[in-house]
Design a protein around this ligand. Structure first.
Ligand SMILES: Cc1ncc(C[n+]2csc(CCOP(=O)(O)OP(=O)(O)O)c2C)c(N)n1
Ligand SMILES: [Mg+2]
Length: 326
């Protein structure tokens, strides 16, 4: 059950995520940050709605675009920012992009750069939790394009057959780089794919944070059931910017009209209007949130710029697991 305070916190997480992303875009365009951005603006309701309400011990596997998951799961914005600057941080020592970071102490597992490749890793985490008889839930994020990979189909099937405590969250932004989902799959809804594996498939408006939260919480109840049952949740959404910053905002694969239509469905604006109508958020509180998040991200940039790069001598550390003495 969400209380007023929860709703205000969820709103703040979305604003913080967007401020983080827009700042990173700007820094990249000015050559101040080395990491190529894959911006999630327009999709903030999914990462926040799905992760808000998870317990610290629950496990998440973010996709390359689920920036919100890191923040809501407890990575301080300044640490995430420093990682994008390739600076020394406990997350990856400056050796990985901010898209594929992990922090096991926060329940975040590091993904891979291979589309769909993170899904079997998340299923492995869920299997480990089941075998260890912990009651941890794993939430695994991926895009629409990832659902066309063998990794997706094998992983969802295995999770269903092994009855694993996992929630699959597809961020269907309708494009995999420049390829429209309409050209790469003949099903209208990715949620329908769940039927092939005998698990529930749920479709929600991915720009409605409460709908996402509710769907994930219902799926968690199923994942905790006896026996546990996975769920596939499809969140319909849209990315406002190009696939990455190498891809122009209005690349030739989509129209300006389509982009503008989806901007009108902004998840933050939608939620802000709801909170205002419900008397939960005043104009003054909105301004305060904007101000606070801006200051937090400015501080994060300062921190990232001042943090040192890793020592060159450490470049080969952490690439392989230590040799086991037998
Ligand atoms: C196996 C593989 N093929 C191609 C790529 C290049 N690539 C990176 S992201 C991406 C699109 C992924 O689309 P989707 O799963 O819908 O996620 P989105 O970027 O829309 O969030 C592609 C094709 C890759 N990383 N791995
Ligand atoms: Mg996509």
């Amino acid at each position: 059950m969400l209380h007023k305070d929860d709703l205000i916190k969820m709103y703040r997480w979305m604003v913080l995520t967007r401020t983080f992303e827009l700042t990173m875009n700007d820094l990249y365009q000015h050559g101040r940050v080395p990491e190529l951005q894959h911006c999630s603006v327009g999709q903030e309701a999914i990462g926040v709605g799905a992760c808000y309400g998870l317990r610290p011990e629950d496990v998440v596997m973010p996709s390359l675009r689920t920036r919100a998951a890191f923040l809501v799961k407890g990575v301080p914005s300044k640490i995430l920012m420093a990682a994008a600057f390739a600076k020394e941080t406990k997350l990856c020592g400056g050796k990985n992009t901010s898209h594929h970071l992990g922090d096991l102490s926060l329940g975040i597992i590091a993904g891979t750069g291979i589309v769909g490749g993170s899904i079997p890793l998340a299923v492995g985490a869920a299997l480990a939790c089941k075998l260890k008889k912990t009651d941890q839930i794993t939430v695994c994020f991926f895009g629409d394009g990832a659902t066309n990979t063998g990794n997706f189909h094998e992983s969802v099937n295995l999770a269903a057959v092994l009855s694993l405590p996992i929630v699959f969250v597809c961020e269907n932004n309708q494009y995999a780089m420049g390829t429209s989902a309409k050209r790469s799959m003949l099903v209208d809804n990715i949620a329908d794919r769940a039927a092939s594996y005998g698990i529930p498939g749920v479709m929600v408006n991915g720009n409605d944070i409460i709908a996402v939260y509710d769907a994930v919480q219902n799926a968690i109840q199923k994942a905790k059931g006896v026996p546990p049952q996975p769920t596939l949740i499809e969140c319909k959404t849209y990315r406002w910017y190009g696939h990455s910053q190498r891809d122009p905002v209005d690349g030739r694969y989509r129209t300006k009209e389509e982009i503008e239509t989806w901007k009108l469905r902004c998840p933050i604006k939608h939620f802000r209007e709801y909170l205002k109508r419900a008397g939960i958020l005043s104009e003054e509180a909105i301004r305060e949130t904007d101000n606070e998040t801006r200051l937090e991200i400015e501080e994060a940039v300062r921190f990232a710029e001042e943090t040192p790069y890793p020592e060159p001598g450490r470049v080969l550390d952490d690439n392989y697991a230590p040799v086991l003495e037998v």
